[in-house]
Design a protein around this ligand. Structure first.
Ligand SMILES: Cc1cc2nc3c(=O)[nH]c(=O)nc-3n(C[C@H](O)[C@H](O)[C@H](O)COP(=O)(O)OP(=O)(O)OC[C@H]3O[C@@H](n4cnc5c(N)ncnc54)[C@H](O)[C@@H]3O)c2cc1C
Length: 412
């Protein structure tokens, strides 16, 4: 074992000593996407994988995620990533090992009166991909969502196999599986610089010394800017603070409910624990400094959530608030992630601008990046639509069949 590295098989090591080291691939960031990438690299036979996390695993958006796992997107590319990822969540124990806490409680997408055609087109697109989903008739909706108010609903879609997972457990399990396969997972070790010479990656610098490597995968979430700026890379990324609140089920509500995205009230919700509902609501701009943000939920936000939740399920008007939190995501200019190999710097791969929607897709994102690094192309899902150059090309991503959210600012 290289001096300075602490064996990772027994757990995740905190960096202790300065060492000059080498790696075949360095992954920067220990969230769901970084750990998934490290795991999939080991899966494809890369022996010397090093993952560096400046705090602890899932310290970023992942640890705070609402962790909805649904396939319904208003574009085919993210639906494909989500669908490939669902297979991993479903077979997690056998494929990765450990438990990702996946709860397949089902998923309902609600849209407003003027979006029924868009919903129909999106469901047809998802069915073509192979996703189990169907339109729900107004008569059937109360069966899926008892107590629902439907006056403003123009359409609903149902996914019986979707649900939510435990985002911390998912990241821990990916990291543990990568470590079992020989990867070194170091927490408490911040990357201060990606070193580029002659147009190619040669190393990363950390407070604990330099690691020579020909390949770096940047997956730093909302903390990307200090790593990108010295490389002359600017993708217009903005860190946002997003919140969730939890409400105890009102009296009389005895059984769980599916995950719901309510495009009318711009809210999303899922069960939390055995008698609670976790909800997030779009609030518009929430730009914040990721190094100095308030991790708690704002009182006004709680009131806003109760109002939106009870507008859809009136029984929640007097539900007791049971907590909440805030996390940091990184928005890209078009609200879609950037997953790419940076052409101007050989050996640099990125997953940036998670845009508050990239937990559920992390299994496939990690696999695609690993395929690209090892096999020269990603064959699980075509990543071309996620390319970094789309903004410079003047072709930001716009979903034709959206539900009125030109600019996505909600996390789910
Ligand atoms: C409140 C909330 C609700 C959400 N709900 C959902 C949802 O329902 N479904 C869904 O799919 N997504 C959801 N998301 C979004 C999802 O959680 C994120 O898209 C996803 O977790 C991003 O994972 P990541 O690994 O890319 O980044 P992160 O989890 O942010 O991880 C980045 C890591 O990199 C580390 N790091 C940064 N800089 C450095 C450095 N220089 N050196 C070393 N380490 C570094 C950070 O400490 C951090 O741990 C939600 C997010 C939030 C905050």
């Amino acid at each position: 074992m290289t001096p300075g590295w602490v064996a990772s098989r027994a757990g995740f090591c905190h960096h202790r000593r300065t060492a000059m080291a080498t790696a075949d691939v360095v992954v920067v960031g220990g969230g769901a996407n970084g750990t998934s990438t490290a795991f999939h690299l080991t899966r494809l036979g890369v022996r010397n994988v090093v993952l560096l996390e400046r705090h602890w695993l899932a310290a970023g958006a992942t640890g705070k995620s609402g962790s909805l796992v649904r396939m319904h997107y208003t574009n085919e590319h993210e639906s494909r990533l989500a669908f490939e990822s669902l297979k991993v969540f479903q077979g997690f124990h056998a494929e990765v090992g450990g438990d990702c806490g996946f709860e397949p409680v089902g998923f309902v997408q609600l849209v407003g009166r003027s979006y029924a055609d868009q919903l129909r087109r999106n469901v047809a697109m998802q069915q073509r991909i192979g996703i189990k989903t169907e339109l729900v008739s107004p008569e059937d909706l109360p069966r899926l969502l008892p107590g629902v108010t439907m006056d403003d609903v123009g359409g609903a879609a149902w996914e019986p196999e979707s649900g939510y997972a435990d985002p911390n457990a998912t990241a821990f399990a990916f990291a543990a599986a990568a470590a079992r396969a020989g990867a070194r997972i170091e927490t408490g070790r911040e990357v201060t610089r990606v070193v580029v010479e002659g147009g190619r990656v040669v190393a990363v610098e950390t407070q604990g010394g330099r690691i020579a490597t020909p390949v770096v995968v940047l997956v730093p979430g909302a903390w990307a800017r200090p790593l990108l700026e010295p490389l002359g890379l600017d993708f217009g990324l903005l860190p946002y603070r997003v919140q969730i609140a939890i409400f105890r089920w009102p009296p009389g509500m005895a059984r769980g409910h599916p995950v719901v995205i309510d495009a009318v009230h711009k809210s999303w919700m899922r069960p939390e624990g055995s008698a609670g509902t976790l909800i997030g609501v779009e609030l518009g701009a929430g730009h914040a400094d990721p190094d100095r943000y308030n991790e708690s939920v704002d009182p006004e936000y709680v009131a806003h959530c109760r109002e939106r939740l009870s507008a859809r399920f009136p029984a929640f008007a007097s539900a007791t608030m049971r907590g909440g939190w805030a996390g940091m995501i990184m928005m890209s200019p078009d609200g879609r992630p950037i997953i790419d190999r940076i052409r101007s710097i050989d050996g640099l791969y990125v997953m940036l601008g998670d845009s508050g929607t990239s937990f559920k897709t992390s299994p496939a994102i990690g696999r695609c990046l690993a395929e690209w690094i090892v096999e020269g192309r990603s064959h699980t899902v075509d990543l071309t639509p996620f390319r970094a150059t789309r903004f410079a090309e003047g072709q930001p991503w716009i979903d034709e069949s959206n539900y009125g959210r030109e600019r996505l600012t909600i996390s789910r």
